[in-house]
Design a protein around this ligand. Sequence first.
Ligand code: M6R
Length: 609
Amino acid sequence: MAVWWCDMCGIVGYVGEREALPIVLGSLRRIEYRGYDSCGVLVQDSANEQIYIHKGLESIGELMEKLHYHGTIGIGHTRWATHGMPSVRNAHPHLDCSGEIAVVHNGIIENFQSLKEGLLRSCRFRSDTDTEVIPHLIEKMLERARETGKPYDALLKEAVRESLSYLKGSYAIIVAIKGFDGLIAARRESPLIIGLGDRENFIASDVPAVLEQTNRVIYLEEGDIAVVKKDGIQIENGAVEVTRVARVIPWTIEDAEKGGYEHFMLKEIHEEPKAIIDTLRGYLTETGIELGFDAGHEILMVACGTSYYAALCGKYIIEHIARIPVHVELASEFNYSDTVLGDDTTVMAITQSGETADTLMALKKAKRFGCRTVAITNVLGSSVTRIADDTVYIRAGPEIGVAATKSFIAQLVILYLLGFYIADMPGHELESWLGELKRLPQLAQMVIDDSNTAIRANARYLAGFENVFFVGRGVNLPVALEGALKLKEISYIHAEGYAAGELKHGPFALLTDATPVVAILSYDNVYEKTLGNIKEIKARGAPVIAVAVDGDEEVEKYVDAVIRVPASRAILSPIPNTVALHLLAYWTANTRGCEIDKPRNLAKSVTVE
Ligand code: M6R
């Protein structure tokens, strides 16, 4: 039988005095980027002790129109399936036999099969999910605990605690129980927060879910179990009551809304200049740069996806500026490699969400080698910050579009700062570089302001093809990889990023007039070489679009079109170049009418290996 995991989802809960349904649906809609294959809600009406449940394949928007349940307690779930097709049967919440204990879950219960076999003797299962064992376990434990005659709240907590002790794997769960005036939340290896309100409280996988209601948030820690009621929260860990400090999140609801843009992705690209400013501001002091940790003399960076490309750029940047060795590994490869690390290597995990499972594992592996670990992340209090010895926050603000954009730019800013921080430069030289860094927001803005002409025209052109190459050399090779990832992710055009000098070792065989090539250049030591590669590509009949600096007249002689970016020092060119490529991908996908913020089969943070 197919197994239906719920390993990458969004969960939310509300308990208070207002109608729960619109709050739960509103919160779910804000974290739909965590998954959007199917969804479900439960609302409890405390007046007549009724519970109402809906599960479906509709969008959250459709549920907002269609459902009208009344009640002041609610939970919800939006799902990203990795094993099997989404279906109503497997959508959350999942229930016990009586239909009175309901659970929404994000994570994987690894030993669910053996648990289920035991439970099947007395329980009726209605889904093929791993999650369903949880309500059945709670049901069993509650029966047992009832015999102790303890007060109801204590019984429930005990039943949940006992049930969780049987689980192997990862979970963030919210449990609703008919007749109970609160919710129970628990986490292990999956994120979960509690938003604090006035005579109401909120539970969610991610901060954007609660931002409309509150910016005061408690981050639950590994193993925490919380009983959340409208006027109080009790948290325990290992059966001992604990206190968790609330933090004020510096994001506003406007940060997490589209603000008049057609898509979050476009809004977030337009916020790239601000992400640079905010990130720089966080670390520039009167005398230079302060990142707050010692980077050592050898660095390994681990990351996935776009963050991995930022790390690759970081290698070029830091080796150029600080002249120390930087290695970069895909977290998913590093985790199972035989790489041996010396304890003098500093291992940096780059992750926008701070929740990517592969990256977290890689950091834990580095710790086992005794390495100093640093997290570079966007999300305050995310899991990676709890693992790493030090954390450096990029200050991109909430990124909702599944495609990473402003977070990549802000990650680059941190990597530039890191390069200068490590390099032992004379004061005047550092000052001159910092002057250049401070110009970056303006350069990014110029690309955005110009984007209505060349970028949009070339996007319309690319939208008609099914295969595109992106090529670059040096620090612009990772930029080419990022340009290709962004295009394929949101426009479904097959795109490959390649080292410009490598095409001749194989991919030339694919070049025809139906495989346009986007070539990224800057005035650096490989400019002439890249130009040579462009000539070779043209000779094979492929159309070439160059991304090149203003005033580069030479390139015009060899290509079909040029997207102009303002000139900067070559090592800084990834910033204007990437802004151009993000816009190119966006407008290409827009021309093709794609679902840009929620591309098929993807989710924003991938909390599964
Ligand atoms: O949150 P992270 O930076 O760790 O996420 C890593 C990747 O999953 C992410 O960058 C992904 O590749 C993006 N969808 C790319 O746009």
